[in-house]
Design a protein around this ligand. Sequence first.
Ligand code: AMP
Length: 531
Amino acid sequence: MTGSSFREFAELCEKLAETSERNAKIQLVASYLKALSPEDAKAAAYLLVGNPSGEKRREPINVGWATVSEALEGGKVATLLQSELTIQDVLQLLRSMAKQEGPGSRGVKKAILQSLLSRAGPLEEKWLLRIIFGEMRHGVSHGLLLDALAQVAGVDAERIRRFDMLVGDLGELAEKTLKRELETVELKPFNPVKPMLAEMAQSVKEALIEHGGKTIFEPKYDGVRLQIHISGGEVRLYTRRLTEVTKSLPDVEEAIRKGVRCREAIIDGEVMAVDERNRPLPFQETMKRLGREKEVEKAAAEIPLRLQLFDLLLLEGRPCIDKPLTERRRLLEEITVDKHLLTPQLLTESPEEAGAFLSNVVEQGYEGVMAKDPRSLYTPGRRGGKWLKVKPADTLDVVIIAAEWGHGRRRGWLSNYHLAVLDEETGRFEMVGKTFKGLTDKEFEEITSYLQSIKIKDMEWGVVVRPELVVEVAYNEIQQSPHYRSGYALRFARVTRIRWDKHPQEVDTLQRLKTLYEKQFEKKGRLNTGE
Ligand code: AMP
């Protein structure tokens, strides 16, 4: 196979790891990508962020250290006509490893790995293993790669993020950039796009200040994000990871058919499981419904879902994402005949009113509130704080990087989880604490079997795993820690939700943890001075 060599890719990675300055990294990546064919740029983009399966699928390679070291010890299988390893070869072989399942799969994976390693020099081997273990440590985050692509395309940072939102996959975005096809990308039904996300604010007051003194508050539902596409009499539903879930949710489809009047639209909302009195149930009940593909009608009767709509991206062939929120909402109200579907809103300038809204919402069993800047456009990701979530408890999204075997009641389960945040500067996941609190027996079982499937290495005390599983943890305080390389530790961390819907790159960052630490210190300072 022809194409760009993996050796060149490994050399780039090595240079990136030695370069600390962000702009210099962007330059390196941009000039590397510029020289590639569109197909190679696509493969390189997946490999650069250490995610060969791409964003729309969840297919981790699941190869443990034991298999890797056996493959390494097995020695090189030399053949006469050893062709040079290309990035396409690597991507394809890693993907075929990820597809192996069931008995005998370990042997097949080992054989594939051995054939890969035998064609790799020491530098290529090093970067191959980093891709396999899911941690590149060269500081190329999703955002940095976007900035490099912006440079290749000759567009600004905002614009490339808009394209990323519309395309929904870094590899495809890189390919389109090289093909000079970005401008042809458009919002259209049945092409799910990345949803707008929220940043955290400490209080409703902070949210008001951030939004210039006046903002819209909505309940923050503890459910699952749903993007609803309607066209030609058809309705399709997508999650925030852009997978289609229409088949699992016939009741939601029905609610849309009855409650929304239009020919073509893309609507944003949240769906949650509710009890017989329409009160929200815990998040895992909603997840159960989304996972069901058989006996769906029965599941729908057992766990009813409630749909809440809050945004509109496209209406009758015209994009709405560049209209302000208030205008998008007005259009959404026009097409929504079942008014129960509309998320309630409070537009206010008053911290007191906002505070009362928050207490009321929490009283009703919701997680907190969302504050949305009334003037804001529908922008990708969580940039600029246009949407802010305010929760009464402090929580962080972290990724599990290792787990210890439990004792006593928790014997047989992997139960003490090592929690990590993402250091945006280095691209490493850095540990900030451990916890075994907050989970039900069933969740322990579920997590134990999942963690074993993404195990990298067995240890005497437990397992080291590929950073894949995101959990939301509540904590009482952030402390400085001489113990962890991150420099920080979460005091009394406990798991509040397993975030099967989140990608490890979406966890909170070390940089954010530092800011939160400082803020907390400010608060304490005020308390001490009696303010
Ligand atoms: P988080 O997942 O904690 O970062 O919070 C953002 C998520 O909250 C969104 O992706 C939605 O799934 C969810 N959400 C709940 N209620 C709302 C709302 N009223 N507006 C927007 N997102 C909401």
